[in-house]
Write a protein that binds this ligand. Structure first.
Ligand SMILES: Cc1cc2nc3c(=O)[nH]c(=O)nc-3n(C[C@H](O)[C@H](O)[C@H](O)COP(=O)(O)O)c2cc1C
Length: 208
């Protein structure tokens, strides 16, 4: 049997300086609970600032959530090479600056380099891009990443799930990220299983 068959899959998690550090944090916590993936964390300098501002978390707090931690300036780290096998990478949240770097192959730090590697190796890359409203550069960069095979997944709330807390809203996004990596999760986010009969009847009444 191949050596890697015994080991959990590796997944690279990036946290950049967009609002929504909580998404990366709850994603890491979920991955730890599930225990099927080895998490490799890269936090940009601005990502550390937003985590402190939004969550009161230190760099050490963030690092404690991951299995392996990298310095964003360590361009020689394992995840900078395609020969280091991973299931893929998610950047959550992804700033418009990091999106621009990925979209243009401008790999000037380990975060954008690791994402660049995912695209060149044709591995799963999910960018939880967070900004609003969007200018044309943002939209064009999202198009470029999509054309290269990456997935742009803004953290948009799903109101049909009747979220009651911020954690509910975030966990819906976390669940959808895990879905994109085919990572089984039952408890993290509720799934849509069709409209309840009462709404279906009302709807068909309108159609008739
Ligand atoms: C509190 C705070 C919130 C921010 N929110 C966003 C945001 O939602 N989206 C975004 O693209 N940039 C946001 N920024 C700006 C980025 O942090 C900034 O462009 C930075 O250079 C991104 O660097 P990075 O991509 O290397 O993390 C925010 C900055 C701060 C301090």
């Amino acid at each position: 049997m191949a050596e890697h068959a015994h080991k959990p899959q590796r997944i690279v998690v990036g946290i950049s300086g967009a609002s929504g550090a909580v998404i990366g944090v709850r994603l890491l916590a979920a991955l730890r609970r599930l225990g099927t993936q080895e998490t490799h964390l890269i936090v940009s300098a601005s990502g550390a600032v937003t985590a402190a501002q939004e969550l009161g978390m230190t760099r050490g707090d963030l690092d404690s959530l991951a299995d392996v931690v990298y310095n964003v300036r360590d361009i020689g780290a394992a995840v900078a090479s395609g020969s280091f096998i991973t299931a893929g990478m998610v950047i959550a949240p992804c700033s418009m600056k990091t999106l621009a770097g990925v979209a243009n192959g401008f790999a000037d730090n380990l975060l954008t380099r690791a994402a660049d590697v995912m695209l060149k190796e044709r591995r799963r890359l999910v960018l939880v891009a967070r900004e609003t409203p969007l200018n044309l550069a943002h939209l064009r960069n999202m198009t470029s990443v999509t054309e290269m095979g990456g997935i742009v997944m803004p953290p948009v709330p799903a109101f049909y799930a009747h979220p009651k807390t911020i954690e509910d809203v975030v966990d819906h996004t976390v669940g959808r990220i895990l879905d994109l990596f085919a990572i089984e999760h039952r408890e993290i986010a509720q799934r849509w299983s069709g409209l309840a009969d009462e709404f279906t009847e009302r709807r068909s009444g309108v159609d008739e």
